[in-house]
Design a protein around this ligand. Structure first.
Ligand code: HC0
Ligand code: SF4
Length: 577
């Protein structure tokens, strides 16, 4: 460890800790616009300068490790004036558009300008006239609002290994843009939205579809239905002052009904449906040798997009089961509509997701219209849902708890953990175990601890009555290549496969860390959201997807059996390089 003082307070921190992090541990917040808790320092903004006593130096706290004996001053009149000048300089290149900006109210630049009491333009404003990039249906780039902090570039290149975003040009003209100055749609972007989730300003935001939902709700010819993804329920509360991980499932149902949705469904239900199909697919391949191993999960559209662009040698390994979002859409417009004698052409399906890429998934292939219509009509991210709630005037926090509609609303614990990295794998193994042995796991064995947690790649072995199933779970796309390369190496040498089943989620932490979730994510926040989902799992009366009574009913009444002809038509898809 190293010992030093910060603003006169003694601190002791592990060797290598930055001054910024050391100060945080001493309850001192040094302002910064470029350092995000998730990412390495880029030292771009210069706001976090501090004084190193006795040296006359002004090191940047984010990029300077604390050393033994340092006396650091983080705060005095002179530092405040320097920081104010830095903010004024940034503002001089920034459009004066806060009122109509997608980040109004939660922009880090806006709130620092407020904190530092900036009341007028001191430096003449010169904003480059660059058009927005709206080419991709998930994410919008407004280059004029970029402050060149580098967070988006770092997360896109280093965390996700996608390399869609980079810095172009030099000096004062430096700007964030798709590499090669092409449009985002032409770039390798996989729409995960991690850039938007880490952007401090309105330079990268989700495409806002809230008004489309208002229009649909006002249309008397539409029968509006809604589904809510697993990870939304444990993160939405952050927008309303609840701690991360607070489970608001039943308040969200109550809100949706008051807003005018005629039926309130839950994506957790269709997560159970995905598992029944996918676990059956696994058993087909693993036990009966029909199809490629390892089986690889495909419910994350960013991962699917990435596989098709970069790892298409694994196309045959991909589960053909559609994601829960799409399965719910198709069931709403077929089974549900028929059962309730509603014209499926009028059913309008809104999907609330943690994810910007889900906006793209609904039109990925023709098979996303298996009902004869767009199975899902529009996706709102968690952040957009928060805006919808705020616009509605409904006192969300005061709402009573309500239940989802039956059918397509009831879920098992296995369905809810989909939202956390490892959750899809765990849910699938619980059901695959039953399909192979005819018995359900009991007690502690239901929890597959080895695939839980935030380690980038997790491995585990499950013993199905003497047969060992080897699994791997990767989250954060930067972690996937190592896993795939192990499989490639074994294939080349004709050796035994390292894994039989692989789960991949594009976002660090899985969907709870999705690109459309409330801002301010960190590993601590991810852990709390994950804990919220596992608590929901523990509290569920039913912990296995195949035991969900509504799932049983839907097969009995409509789908016949897993992987049936009808299930294939409605619930499965394919992939193209
Ligand atoms: Fe996910 Fe999903 S778990 S991808 O992250 O599979 O978005 O939460 O809704 O579809 O269920 C997202 C979350 C979902 C889907 C589910 C899966
Ligand atoms: Fe979307 Fe979840 Fe995939 Fe992230 S991990 S891109 S939130 S589906």
């Amino acid at each position: 460890t190293v010992k030093a003082t910060i603003d006169g307070q003694p601190v002791e921190v592990p060797y290598g800790t930055s001054i910024l992090d050391a100060a945080r541990q001493a309850f001192i917040k040094i302002p910064t616009l470029c350092k995000h808790q998730d990412l390495p320092a880029t030292a771009a903004c210069g706001l976090c300068i501090v004084k190193l006593q006795g040296s006359g130096k002004l090191p940047r706290a984010c990029a300077t490790p604390l050393e033994d004996g340092m006396e650091i001053v983080t705060q005095d009149h002179e530092l405040t004036e320097i920081r104010r000048s830095v903010i004024e300089l940034i503002l001089s290149n920034h459009p004066n558009e806060c009122l109509s900006c997608g980040r109004n109210g939660n922009c880090e630049l806006q709130s620092l300008a407020a904190d530092f009491g900036i009341r007028q333009d001191v430096i003449k404003r010169t904003v480059r006239d660059l058009p927005c990039d709206n080419s991709n249906g998930s994410i919008v780039l407004d280059f004029r609002k970029c402050i060149k902090c580098g967070r988006c570039v770092t997360v896109c290149q280093e965390v996700q290994n996608v390399w869609a975003l980079s810095f172009l040009e030099r000096g004062i003209n430096t700007r964030m843009a798709p590499a090669g100055d092409i449009t985002l749609a032409e770039s390798p972007c996989i729409k995960c939205g991690q850039c938007a989730a880490h952007c401090p300003t309105g330079a990268i935001v989700e495409r806002d579809d809230v008004s489309i939902v208002w229009d649909a709700l006002a249309d008397p010819d539409k029968y509006c239905t809604v589904q809510i993804a697993p990870s939304v329920r444990v993160a939405l509360g952050e927008e309303f002052g609840y701690p991360p991980g607070t489970n608001l499932t039943k308040k969200i149902y109550a809100f949706m009904r008051r807003l005018g949705f005629k039926a309130v469904f839950d994506t957790n239900f269709s997560a159970d449906l995905t598992i029944v199909e996918e676990a059956s697919e696994f058993v087909e391949r693993f036990v009966h040798g029909k199809g490629e191993l390892p089986l690889i999960t495909s419910c994350c559209p960013s991962w699917t997009d990435f596989m098709e662009k970069k790892h298409y040698d694994f196309i045959d390994n991909f589960s053909t089961a559609k994601s829960p979002q799409q399965m719910l859409g198709v069931m709403a417009k077929t089974y549900f509509a028929k059962k309730n004698k509603i014209d499926p052409a009028k059913v309008y399906q809104v999907s609330i997701m943690p994810c910007t890429a889900k906006k793209y998934e609904l039109e990925r292939t023709d098979e996303m219209m298996a009902s004869g219509f767009h199975d899902v009509d529009v996706v709102l991210t968690t952040r957009e849902l928060a805006r919808l709630i705020k616009q509605s005037g409904i006192d969300f926090k005061a709402l009573p708890d309500e239940d989802a509609d039956s059918i397509l609303g009831e879920y098992s614990g296995a369905g809810t953990i989909f939202g956390a990295t490892g959750g899809v794998m765990e849910a699938a193994l619980r059901t695959a175990y039953f399909y192979v042995t005819g018995e359900n796991l009991t007690g502690k064995a239901i929890d597959f601890e080895s695939v839980r947690g935030l380690q980038g790649v997790k491995e585990g072995t499950i013993d199905i009555k003497g047969t060992k199933v080897r699994v791997a779970v990767a989250h954060g796309l930067g972690n996937v290549e190592a896993v795939l390369n192990k499989v490639r190496a074994a294939r080349e040498k004709g050796e035994e496969l390292p894994y039989h089943f692989i789960e991949v989620m594009a976002c660090p932490g899985g969907c709870i860390g999705g690109g459309g979730q409330p801002y301010g994510v960190s590993d601590e926040v991810r852990r709390q959201r994950i804990a919220g989902l596992y608590a929901d799992d523990r509290d569920c009366a039913v912990r296995f997807s195949h035991e969900n009574p509504e799932i049983k009913r839907i097969y009995a009444e409509f789908l016949e059996k897993p992987l049936s002809h009808r299930a294939h038509e409605l619930l499965h898809t394919n992939y193209t390089p």
